[in-house]
Design a binder for this molecule. Structure first.
Ligand code: ADP
Ligand code: MG
Length: 270
């Protein structure tokens, strides 16, 4: 008897189904993720919120085809992660901007286009347009050492967006920034996300950031890493920093902080 045909995967969303990830470690196996299920509609903004070590980066890496799950499937708009990555559908922003120090801001942003063989004139234009979008017009010729931390992060965001990825992965991109700078960057990311229509998947342990940006917040717990709560954020868009002052925002903040505190319990100081 032949196997039943697989259901056609949805082409309008990312679907994460029954993901398990186990690592071989000395003395056995470590369960990093257990039975993770969720969906991200195209153009949506979904955040993974959880304490350090709960598997947020591991989950992002599985969706982005950096590592393979032990069990389960991921469909990215109807394709496998490997197919989507090969088709150039992914952009990444990590905690560390990792800019090439000898290249100017513009030349750093041009890198992904250069790798694709886009000609010099078009590269220049697209990098300049992207730097404008992240608010760095006039800084094209600066080298990373001459940029502030916040500016370097904007360059990294511009570089991730320059080849118009369908999915933008943000892994704790604002860690180490002070709270005010972080909020300014949050507002910036919102504006850019809205302007580009990209699908965004953010990892953070900052509750305010998660609420401010997301359509849906997935709260994760540890040992094993798993989703413990799914919270749609029904705040109107476009959102500005004023949203932080509304009673609705504060109610979400309280609820998510409680959920997060529960997942921190028993961890000691970290
Ligand atoms: P988070 O991003 O939420 O801080 P990670 O996804 O980086 O967490 O890691 C989740 C857990 O999996 C951690 O306990 C980490 O030590 C473990 N882990 C991650 N990668 C590996 C690996 N390659 N081998 C063994 N353990 C790993
Ligand atoms: Mg991480």
């Amino acid at each position: 008897m032949s196997a039943p045909p697989l259901a056609p995967a949805a082409t309008d969303r990312i679907v994460v189904s029954s993901i398990d990830k186990r690592f071989d470690v000395k003395g056995g196996e470590f369960v990093a993720l257990e039975n993770v299920d969720f969906e991200v509609p195209e153009g949506g903004f979904v955040t993974l919120l959880g304490p350090s070590g709960c598997g947020k980066s591991t989950l992002l890496r599985i969706i982005a085809d950096v590592i393979e799950p032990t069990d389960g499937q991921v469909s990215v708009f109807g394709r496998t992660p490997a197919e989507a990555r090969t088709a150039g559908e992914f952009g990444f922003v990590f905690q560390d901007p990792v800019l090439l120090p000898w290249r100017t801001a513009a030349a750093n942003v041009e890198l992904p286009l250069q790798a694709q063989g886009v000609d010099k004139v078009e590269r220049r234009e697209r990098a300049a347009a992207m730097l404008r979008l992240v608010g760095l017009e006039g800084f094209e010729d600066r080298q990373p050492a001459k940029l502030s931390g916040g500016m370097a992060r904007r360059v990294a965001i511009a570089r991730a967006l320059v080849d118009e990825p369908r999915v933008l992965f943000l892994d704790e991109p604002f860690n180490g920034l002070d709270e005010l700078r972080r909020r300014q960057m949050n507002a910036e990311v919102l504006r850019i996300w809205q302007a580009t229509g990209t699908t965004a998947l953010l990892v953070t342990h900052n509750v305010g950031e998660a609420i401010m940006l997301s359509d849906v917040v997935l709260v994760m717990g540890r040992e094993p890493g798993r989703i413990i709560a799914t919270r749609p954020i029904d705040l109107p868009r476009p959102r500005t920093l004023d949203a932080l002052l509304t009673p609705e925002f504060l109610a979400y903040e309280r609820e998510l902080t409680d959920l997060l505190s529960a997942s921190y319990e028993g961890l000691g100081d970290e």
